[in-house]
Design a protein around this ligand. Structure first.
Ligand SMILES: *Cc1c(COP(=O)(O)O)cnc(C)c1O
Length: 396
């Protein structure tokens, strides 16, 4: 290797010494409440597969049938090679599920944020964004020429200050963007207050519902349903890679919004769509969600039970009000040691999360409880946390 890349080796070494180097485990077999990671059977506390759908037989059967009927690849981007009627059906079904006029599906939630923000605002406009918004929103904002500012996390007063400042500076369109559920803390955006501020100042509201879908609202219809704000949120971004257990993203809103994104969202125009198998599996996930609230109810019961056990053991669970359960540890090196000890000694797979995913000094282990965990799984997991917590002096 040439000297020109020596800095990479040095910077990697720096990450290792700061406890910020992420080690990726190797998975064999499906995402279940237990899985095989690095050759060992371990309790899975990492996956965003909230409802256990990633290896659900109904989804697997639907995906297999779609491969038989449509093959494995989409050919080219939809604007050039056409779009399958399966994709059309998914967009219609998602619109019905979310209670909006229309949706457009994209390759991922990440692509949906990148494509949507840049299609809605540009030079002369302004974006006002929560300081803890997801990286895909941050990057989407960077792709525009709009003026940008951040407001203090989940603070409607500071949001109003920022929107007023944008208006005073003569902004054309003002776009307010927030995560619905904040993925590393598990707290909710005060979406009712955010919408009220936006309505006072004629601003557009965009919410990223990645961790709300299949989790919040009636039968998992998401954060807009949770707050009863139907018709008052202009843009909803969603993902199929979390509670839906599959892959893909989408944007939900008015017919004109969706039509515009089909003309102007760059990931739609310049990147191929998800496969027919993905789409068929998403449709099967919608079948299950529309048929019964059982999985969503079980997810919340499991989360409540697990959090109670962890709080009783003395852990700091931060500000979460959703199934996302951050176990706050502080130093990245402590979080990494804790996670390693859980995996090696307790057969519990729970990943440490540090900078840049969360701020420095706020490292944590984020536990993702799912509807697929049994009561015994949750008790075993909480007991393992308590043992390691005592050993490492985190709890008394
Ligand atoms: C996970 C996540 C995304 C990205 O979704 P993908 O479909 O995995 O690309 C976007 N926004 C938020 C808030 C997320 O948590």
């Amino acid at each position: 290797m040439s000297d020109r890349t020596a800095w990479l080796t040095e910077d990697l070494e720096a990450l290792r010494s700061q406890g910020l180097y992420t080690t990726i485990r190797h998975i064999a077999g499906p995402q279940g409440p237990w899985l095989i990671a690095d050759g060992r059977r371990v309790l899975n506390f990492c996956s965003n597969n909230y409802l256990g759908l990633a290896n659900h037989p109904h989804l697997v059967t639907a995906a297999r049938a779609a491969v038989e009927e449509y093959g494995v690849g989409p050919g080219a981007v939809r604007t050039i090679a056409g779009t399958t009627i399966l994709h059309d059906r998914l967009e219609e079904r998602l619109a019905r599920f979310k209670g909006v006029p229309a949706t457009v599906s994209l390759q991922s939630g990440f692509a949906a944020n990148l494509g949507t923000i840049a299609a809605l605002v540009g030079e002369g406009d302004a974006i006002v964004s929560d300081e803890l918004n997801h990286a895909s929103i941050v990057d989407g904002v960077r792709l525009t020429r709009a003026a940008r500012s951040v407001y203090r996390h989940a603070d409607p007063d500071d949001l109003e200050r920022a929107v007023e400042a944008a208006r005073s500076a003569g902004a054309g369109r003002v776009l307010v963007i927030t995560d619905g559920v904040f993925s590393m803390d598990g707290d909710l955006a005060p979406l009712d207050a955010v919408v009220a501020v936006a309505e006072r100042h004629e601003a557009l509201v965009m919410v990223d519902d990645a961790h709300g879908e299949g989790v919040l609202g009636r039968g998992g219809r998401g954060i807009v349903d949770h707050f009863g704000l139907h018709g008052r949120v202009d843009v909803e971004v969603g993902t199929m890679s979390k509670a839906f257990g599959v892959m893909g993203g989408y944007v939900a809103g008015s017919t004109a919004l969706v039509e515009w994104l089909r003309q102007r969202a760059r990931p739609f125009l310049f990147s191929s769509a998800v496969t027919a198998a993905d789409v068929a599996a998403c449709l099967a996930a919608l079948d299950l969600l529309e048929a019964s609230t059982e999985l969503v109810d079980r997810l919340w019961d499991n989360a409540r039970r697990f959090k109670e056990m962890m709080a009783a053991a003395g852990f700091d669970l931060g500000t979460s009000t959703t199934p996302i359960t951050p176990v706050m540890l502080g130093e990245a090196s402590l979080a990494q040691a804790f996670s390693r000890r859980l995996f090696d000694g307790e057969a519990v797979f729970a990943q440490a999360i540090g900078f840049p995913t969360v701020p420095r000094g706020k490292a944590r282990i984020r536990v993702m409880v799912s509807a697929a965990h049994s009561r015994d799984d949750l008790e075993r997991g909480a007991a393992a946390f308590a043992r390691v917590g005592k050993e490492l002096g985190v709890v008394g």
